[in-house]
Ligand binder design. Structure first.
Ligand code: B3K
Ligand code: ZN
Length: 881
């Protein structure tokens, strides 16, 4: 924990390392109270470097010994200050031997080497390796690692590290050892070790080139009944990367290890992926459909990093999206291919759009707005954001939209051909895409450089006589911190035209026939495209498949939206039309809610919903998405001044009104979408459950005895967690008297399943029936533990970020709770604290009274003497003008 003023690091200050490291031999004597790390590495002066000073990072470790080329360095021969170890006047070739000590059991930051439930794990990205040994801890220093692990055999029977196991044996004294070699050069952030009492599910898997690889999923004893899905997802991922990109597993062994204490989802360490249990453990009893989907996506994501991230890595942390945006895009495509059907793909795309709107657009419009490739940061861990990940994935997707699937593949091939084994930049990636396709992608760089969500607008003009249809596209981008003016982006705008009957019209542009959807390339602030042979006035379907991460200010009237909602052949835009119909009403109701006691919803909207709900030609999964209203956060983003209570009342009214007026249809769908027989997490079954449970939730938004009985029966009879949790949620939100007993029964039954206990806390924390007193009571529950990130998030972060109406209570009690816990958490785990700190990002948009309370809470945190860089950066930026 630092108390000095945090330093800002700028991208423009990048300089190559003065020394490179060729080999690293690490020896660990593992002891939770005192682990000794011996590091022997060979360094060589970097060709271009004029300086001969070796600079090594180190944090929270004790230096015990230091030798250079076999000689102990005297006090005057090195300097140890500000977490840097400097050796001036070093020879061009140096072998350094460094011995350090760390205390894993006291490491609550979960960065570096730490213990979780008595087992040892590491987390080194971004800058955790320096908490293990002194090292040039930056991604452009890539070395070959050999690792010797020594530990008590009884307590830590399993010893794992990156690469291949080359030797193991006994040491006497009850201790044993294992030696691992990773044949590939890697940056230090990909180092990992595990020393633990664990068991594994394993399998040999035949790779495309005929080699056999050993796949393992390691978990604590008692969890082997929950590893099948992760293993299956791993095999699918390996196959998919071979088929889609010609990329193979390059090791003989690939391991996934689950731990209950982890700061994020998972980590792609070479050959030894370490996972949050949340993204490994699943069976129907404890995991929901969403959990299964999460596991498949995260297993794939980490596996895909083996090429996009590990074989080709980032030159510096500003380039983070080079690996993250690309790998998210790859896991998104994998998920879509796994489902296979066209609407299935669309449903996954809709999910992605929803995430962008719910989380990335607000980030892009708030105090933490930053480009996909940031220009500066204080704490890199604060930049593992939805912008770097999800907007970064959209940027990669746009290459594919502009170049086509084949063109994109050519670009990927060239990228690997040029850069395998290197640490590179986002520009290198863009250059590979451009060169492989003979395209000029210079302007495309602005997607990496400019923050903020571009706003797209269009105007149309139909000329009946000439049978032409002109569409003028306008783009602009609001100012963001440090970037008052923006230049036009290169935006792919996919478009189609619908005729009166709802059919796609053939598109002809500049004499070329373009089928029913075409991609217009908008590169100026304003540009007009004129379609010819247009037989009648069309309804334009703009930004099909959400072809760019922009806000489309549409200007459609109700009748056009209804037309699109009914007929658009692009399912994403069809869904979008429904969201727009709903959003219009939500905004109107939000304005009325505080003053009117009689809100109402028009028949037109209800009829559109009815038609969608009962359209048996459509997949249940799609209907569910189409009937889901925009979230309270999305509505709030549309408002100048946010009154969270008004937004909540408006949305609740709408849900209740739909529940009451579509009661018969909802009941019918509830029955029609049952999934009898053994549970399966496949997309079709999950889609039916989703629609059924949405029906249940609408019905219980206007609860009566019958709807409550339905939920209660489902809660008691369900044979899977998806249905059980949905029913329990319905009871809670209906304020049914039975909810309390069902919650107690739920806890009783699942108290030994940590991930389900997390759900139990989260369900209560997000319920509008849970006020601050109740949250504080839950904090005193014996199962609550602030040190465990999953548990802390399930209660504290869920309440602060997922229960707007209670969190924003007019007396400011939610904000005080927030301040108190940001500070408490910061002393334990700055990364988790900084995530929670972001709950206040949008404070300037609330009503003046709420703003005042929020500002006070922010100042309370900012005024702390001792604060991590992580939290300090977030609150400072939030308070800045
Ligand atoms: N690369 C890791 C994230 C590391 C976060 C460090 N604070 C997981 C992933 O994106 O796959
Ligand atoms: Zn990643």
């Amino acid at each position: 924990m630092r108390t000095d003023t945090p330093q800002t690091i700028y991208r423009s200050d990048y300089t190559p390392p003065t020394y490179l490291v060729d080999t690293v031999e690490l020896g660990f004597d593992l002891d939770p109270a005192r682990t000794v790390v011996a590091n022997r590495m060979t360094l060589r002066r970097n060709g271009g470097s004029a300086r001969n000073e070796i600079t090594l990072h180190g944090e929270d470790i004790e230096l015990v010994a230091l030798r250079l080329n076999g000689r102990v360095l005297g006090a005057g021969e090195y300097a140890l200050r500000d977490n840097l170890l400097r050796i001036p006047d070093a020879p061009d070739e140096a072998t350094l031997e460094i011995e350090t000590v760390c205390v894993p059991e006291q490491n609550t930051t979960l960065s570096g080497l730490y213990t979780s439930n008595g087992n040892f794990f590491t987390q080194c990205e971004a800058e955790g390796f320096r908490r293990i040994t002194y090292f040039p801890d930056r991604p452009d220093v890539m070395a070959v690692y050999t690792v010797m692990l020594r530990a008590d055999k009884e307590r830590y029977p399993v010893l794992l590290s990156n690469g291949n196991l080359v030797e193991e044996g006994e040491l006497g004294d009850g201790r044993h050892y294992a030696k691992w070699e990773d044949p590939f050069r890697k940056p230090s952030y990909l180092f990992a070790l595990v020393a633990a009492r664990l068991v594994c599910q394993e399998e040999t898997f035949r790779l495309a080139d005929g080699r056999d690889a050993l796949l393992q999923v390691w978990v604590e004893e008692g969890n082997l009944d929950k590893t099948d899905y992760a293993m299956q997802s791993l095999k699918h991922s390996i196959r998919w990367d071979e088929e889609r990109y010609g990329l193979e597993l390059d090791l003989d062994r690939f391991m996934i290890v689950a731990t209950g204490d982890f700061n994020m989802g998972a980590m792609e360490n070479k050959g030894l992926n370490i996972f949050n249990t949340k993204y490994v453990l699943a069976n129907p009893r404890v995991a929901t459909d969403i959990d299964f989907q999460g596991i498949e996506a995260v297993v794939a994501h980490e596996y895909f990093h083996n090429w996009t991230g590990n074989r080709v890595t980032c030159r510096d942390w500003f380039q983070l999206s080079l690996k993250e945006g690309l790998t998210v895009f790859r896991d998104q495509e994998f998920t879509a291919d796994m489902i296979g059907t066209a609407t299935g793909r669309a449903v996954t795309r809709i999910d992605q759009v929803r995430t962008l709107r719910q989380a990335q657009f607000p980030e892009d419009a708030g105090p933490m707005a930053h480009p996909v490739r940031p220009d500066s940061f204080v704490e890199i861990n604060n930049f593992y954001t939805v912008t770097v990940y999800e907007k970064g994935a959209e940027v990669v997707r746009m290459y594919q939209t502009l170049l086509g699937r084949e063109g994109f593949r050519k670009g990927m091939d060239l990228y690997f051909e040029r850069h395998d084994g290197q640490a590179v930049t986002c520009d290198d990636f863009r250059r590979a895409m451009a060169d492989a396709n003979g395209r000029d992608l210079a302007q495309f760089e602005r997607w990496y450089d400019q923050a903020g969500t571009p706003v797209l607008r269009f105007e149309t003009r139909y000329d009946e006589g000439a049978q032409t249809y002109g569409i003028t596209l306008y783009q602009s981008c609001p100012p963001t911190p440090g970037q008052p003016d923006k230049r036009p982006f290169h935006i792919p705008v996919a478009i189609g035209l619908l005729d009166r009957e709802g059919n796609d019209m053939p598109l002809v542009l500049d004499g070329k026939e373009l089928g029913s959807t075409t991609v217009l390339e908008l590169t100026q602030a304003e540009q007009t495209f004129v379609f010819s042979n247009v037989k009648e006035q069309p309804v334009p379907s703009v930004l099909r498949d959400f072809s760019a991460p922009v806000i489309l200010q549409h200007g459609y009237g109700d009748s056009e939206l209804l037309h699109l909602f009914r007929f658009d052949t692009d399912p994403v835009n069809r869904w979008e039309a429904g969201q727009r119909l709903a959003m219009g009403r939500l905004l109107k109701l939000t304005g009325e809610a505080p003053v009117s006691s009689r809100l109402s919803l028009d028949d037109t909207f209800i009829e559109a919903m009815r038609k969608m709900l009962t359209d048996e030609a459509l997949d249940p999964a799609f209907r569910e998405q189409a009937l889901l209203l925009p979230t309270e956060t999305m509505v709030a983003e549309q408002l100048e001044v946010v009154d969270p209570l008004a937004v909540h009342m408006a949305r609740q009214f709408m849900r209740a009104n739909i529940g009451a007026r579509l009661r018969a249809e909802l009941l019918a769908q509830y029955d029609a979408n049952q999934t009898p027989g053994p549970y399966s997490p496949d997309a079709a079954s999950a889609g039916r459950r989703a629609l059924k449970n949405l029906a249940l939730s609408y019905l219980n938004a206007a609860p009566d005895e019958e709807t409550v009985a339905l939920a209660l029966r489902q809660c008691q009879d369900a044979d899977n967690m998806t249905d059980r949790a949905a029913a329990l949620n319905a009871l809670i939100h209906a304020r049914a008297p039975q909810a309390e007993a069902e919650l107690a029964r739920f806890y009783e039954e699942f108290q030994h399943e940590a991930l389900v206990v997390d759900k139990w806390f989260a369900m209560q924390a997000s319920a509008p029936t849970t006020d601050i007193a109740r949250v504080r009571e839950l904090m005193r529950h014996p199962a609550f533990n602030l040190r465990n990130p999953n548990r802390a998030r399930s209660l504290v972060a869920t309440y602060c970020m997922n229960n707007p109406v209670e969190f924003h209570a007019p007396n400011g009690s939610g904000y005080l709770f927030w301040a108190e816990h940001v500070v408490l958490l910061d002393a334990l785990n700055p990364q988790v604290a900084a995530r929670l700190a972001r709950a206040m990002d949008r404070w300037r948009r609330y009503t003046p009274a709420l703003q005042q309370h929020m500002k006070t809470a922010l100042q309370q945190v900012a005024g702390q003497q001792r604060l991590s860089n992580d939290v300090r950066e977030i609150v400072t930026k939030a308070l800045a003008n």
